[in-house]
Design a protein around this ligand. Structure first.
Ligand SMILES: [Zn+2]
Length: 410
């Protein structure tokens, strides 16, 4: 007999009695959903809005992929789970590294704990970079559409994942990479009726196309067809995002960047600082490693005050904090950020120096994320909330989704 509930990282979840499916729509600025509904291509999302639950929620800042995906599956902030960015300076090893490795994860995921309690769990991600973090400690099926052709029973809990989907394995830079996640998830839902499923998409389209753009509308129409099918399978479906997305360009359409190296060279001296841009990931074609969040390690602690003061006076910089205040504000682990934390404004990114970013890879005007201006995402469930959950006050977070899907609907 499965338990009535499991408690993970201080939150208690009812053991699922019907499939619970959470979809993280990467880069889901709320306007994408509104525009798709208004355009008439998203009847399922319209239905959920009218008869289910449709609210907004706040993400983790830095509003990047890894911290938010890990918050959604652990139910807690990076201060607890440890994944503070896609990329960080590991002061222990003296190396700058991708935060893709489970050894950086400081707490169990809900998916792992549910699977330990006997639940059948499925995780499918678009990009392989998230797979080992999301699947850490989990029994069950866990693979990425990027590497769907390379799965093994031992590593991924499934053989021949490509047999699930009629499509061929898509390019890593494509809208189809997300569709593949949903198509495989839907097929597994039909075949296996898993107890819990987490599907995490990619923001390839959102980095290139603003809300209302025909390509974006078509993409959300595609998502909607899968949401409709998942709903009709009887699952409780929760849809949220890991971050929003904004244009980050000057009036003439060029990337809008505050370059930090020249500024810091002058202020504290060349070689006396290390800039970390936690948006950095293996898939830079999206954004040229330009986002609206940066952290700076300083050689001399005595420079912190001057750097904070100078950056506060820099146009395009929306906020600057020392480590203590920044970690308190953004719920981050102090040992995984630098001495200074700063965010850009709605249309400004933070970079190192002009020659450190290959902007020739950008084929459209830069759209990116990372700061508090991209911290609002949809929080949509295909069912109405129970009276108790509907009466709850307080701001929703995207990482409340499993709580609401498992505990908050009738
Ligand atoms: Zn993302």
């Amino acid at each position: 007999m499965p338990p009535a509930s499991v408690t993970v990282n201080g939150r208690t979840y009812r053991y699922p009695t019907r499939p619970a499916v959470v979809v993280c729509v990467d880069g889901c600025e709320p306007a994408y959903v509104d525009d798709a509904i208004a355009a008439g291509v998203a009847p399922a999302l319209r239905r959920f809005r009218e008869h289910g639950t449709a609210r907004l929620s706040r993400t983790i800042v830095p509003s990047f992929t890894n911290p938010n995906n890990l918050s959604i599956v652990t139910g807690v902030t990076p201060a607890v789970h440890g994944i503070a960015g896609n990329y960080f300076y590991d002061t222990g090893s003296g190396q700058e590294v991708m935060m893709n490795d489970p050894r950086f994860l400081r707490c169990p995921t809900l998916l792992a704990e549910l699977s330990r309690a006997g639940a059948r769990a499925v995780v499918i991600t678009a990009k392989d970079k998230l797979r080992r973090l999301l699947g850490h400690g989990m029994q069950g099926i866990c693979f990425s559409s990027e590497k769907a052709a390379e799965v093994t029973k031992a590593e991924h809990g499934i053989e021949r994942a490509t047999d699930l989907v009629a499509m061929s394995v898509p390019d890593v830079y494509s809208a189809e990479l997300s569709e593949y996640v949903l198509a495989a998830g839907l097929e597994l839902l039909r075949r296996e009726r898993p107890d819990v499923m987490y599907l995490s998409l990619t923001d390839y389209i959102q980095h290139k196309h603003p809300p209302g753009d025909a390509v974006a509308t078509r993409f959300y129409g595609m998502l909607d067809r899968y949401f409709d099918a998942i709903d009709r399978e009887g699952a409780v479906l929760g849809i949220t995002g890991d971050h929003g997305m904004n244009a980050k360009v000057t009036r003439d359409g060029a990337p809008n960047v505050v370059y930090l190296v020249p500024l810091l060279d002058e202020l504290v001296g060349a070689g006396r600082f290390r800039i970390i841009l936690p948006i950095t990931d293996p898939y830079v074609v999206h954004h040229g490693a330009l986002g609206s969040f940066a952290t700076i390690h300083l050689e001399r602690a005595g420079d912190v005050g001057r750097v904070v003061e100078r950056l506060r006076r820099t146009p395009g910089v929306a906020g600057v904090w020392d480590r203590t205040d920044g970690c308190a504000r953004f719920e981050l682990p102090p040992d995984r950020v630098g001495d200074v934390i700063l965010v850009g404004d709605r249309h400004t990114t933070l970079g190192k120096s002009e020659d450190a970013h290959d902007l020739s890879l950008l084929t459209e005007p830069l759209r990116s994320h990372g700061g508090p201006t991209e911290e609002t995402v949809p929080f949509i469930i295909n069912r109405p909330l129970s009276a108790a959950y509907a009466a709850r006050g307080g701001a929703l977070r995207n990482f409340d989704m499993f709580d609401y899907v498992l505990n908050g609907v009738e």
